[in-house]
Design a protein around this ligand. Sequence first.
Ligand code: FES
Length: 153
Amino acid sequence: MEEKKNSRRSFISKFAPATFWGSLAVWGGSLLKFTMPTLLPQETKKIKLGMPTDYPNGTIKVFEKDRVVLFSDSEGLFAISTICTHLGCVTKWTGKGFDCPCHGSKFDSLGEVVRGPAPKALKWYKIDKLPSGQLSLNLGESVDFGKKEQFYV
Ligand code: FES
């Protein structure tokens, strides 16, 4: 009986410190990851849009999952991020502009701030024409506010 008690005590004394240090390492790693900025570049996502003729003047296409809205007007194509410039909530395209549900910011149809607390306009993304003639929306690269792309067919 005494021998059995010793083996249990021996087992606990061996594994308790390992459990403690293992838990501490996991907790410390999580804390470090939380406090550190992302050092590696994020993966750049590109969306194939199809041919320029697929986007006649007046087109508005919402890519809800990718958090971007694509527009076509007489001056060209442009894509506006729906991520709010205040604290990063996802705004909603209303048909006239973008509304942020978190703190009430409003943006006009070009993404310019109409009402704060958002400090600046929504981001515009780059649209490229591929050698195949297809268009590609680059969510990893922004362009200057108001820069519309003309893709002549
Ligand atoms: S995150 Fe949009 S208003 Fe605060």
